[in-house]
Design a binder for this molecule. Sequence first.
Ligand SMILES: Cc1cc2nc3c(=O)[nH]c(=O)nc-3n(C[C@H](O)[C@H](O)[C@H](O)COP(=O)(O)O)c2cc1C
Length: 435
Amino acid sequence: MSSVHNAGLSVPIPGLSWTAPDAPAYGPIMTSAPAFDHTIPETASPRVEFISLSHLNPSTELNPIPTRGIDLEYFRTYVRALEDGGFDYTLLPYGSNTADSFVVASAVGQLTERIKPIVALRPNTTFPLVAAQKLATLDQLTEGRAVVHLISGGSDAEQARQGDYLPKDRRYARTSEYIDLLRRAWTEPAPFSHSGEFYTFDDFGPGFAPYDSPIPISIGGQSDEAFAIGGEKADIFSFWGEPLDDLRGEIERVHGIARAAGRTTLPRIWVTFRPIVGRTDEEAWQKAHTYVAKIADTFRAAAYGKQRHQQAAPQNVGSQRALAFAEQAELYDRALWTRTAAVTNAAGASTALVGSAETVAAAILDYIDRGADLVSIRGYDTLNDAVDYGRHVLPLVRQELAHRAATGQRGRLQADHLGNYGEDYRRYATAQEHA
Ligand SMILES: Cc1cc2nc3c(=O)[nH]c(=O)nc-3n(C[C@H](O)[C@H](O)[C@H](O)COP(=O)(O)O)c2cc1C
């Protein structure tokens, strides 16, 4: 049966450092709308930028299509849809069996004028000075648009496919040294040598420089090691979508580590969702129920090749947390739905936001109110969703932030589109059980 949940935790969540005060016992408890207040929360970010992952072909979890990989026409259409839709960044993911994220990022740069390619990069695949050179080249080719997202590796088996046998804590230690070397390679004006735990070289530099300033470095991961390194060194720290209070706890944790390291500029916060949007909340829920059945079939049949090897219990903490949240409740806060995580073994970003464009925009604003300022949204009907988000979701979020900047007060979007804080929504969400 479905359950709804608003605060408090009763199953252990890996890596959890914070619990809501007076947490109620677990159960299908009722949620209620938080009191509406025009005051902008102290934790709110005044700005937002949107990210969406780029797809290379029309195969989706809803409709897997056997493919050789890149469908150039589709890929062109996709990245242009992101640019035209007002997205600010696109993530080029990396796996041992995916297209190469650097090469794809370079293509994004040439197919677009504005959107910033984020290269997912596993340090084991590329010597740091070579990575610095490739990123600086991308940055110059895109006139300052390059971003790198460092992936330390969440699966020992996946790392071993490319000859990386370090355990995860050592992989993160290597990432830490890697970050230092990237930055030195971009900024040192004279040759330098290095003798570290993972890398040694002599007389490198000055290296090929980025277009303007050092390239932003993002960290993906939620283990203690990810927090330690991300808090100390990352420009951006990224999450998959979690309940609001839990995410806020995680933001405080990474910012606390940054402050303790003496940083004055805190890492920006990136949070990722898979929204399912309809013209109304009811229509979105009809879609959601249809989608989750298809996605479950796809994963059951292991037809979606990318995920085939990910069916065992995940080793990465981000996925473990998503599964623990899914086990505890299906629906959290205004619109966060976890069944999509449950049926996919939380492989990659998997938690949904379900509702009308207004409800989903209000839910995104709830996260912005908690301090997120980079919001990544990618749908299950990938290209159509990218277009819909650009038309219907991004403008609502931006309009609300513009209203706040102009008036110093919150607008009414979050008060008027309650989602799971209202009765009707909950009925649609659980419609299948009662059918
Ligand atoms: C926003 C985001 C994007 C990610 N992209 C990738 C990716 O492209 N390839 C990959 O192998 N892992 C990716 N990951 C997964 C984690 O970075 C990875 O599991 C991590 O290195 C180890 O996880 P842990 O620290 O949570 O245990 C991504 C994670 C996040 C939060």
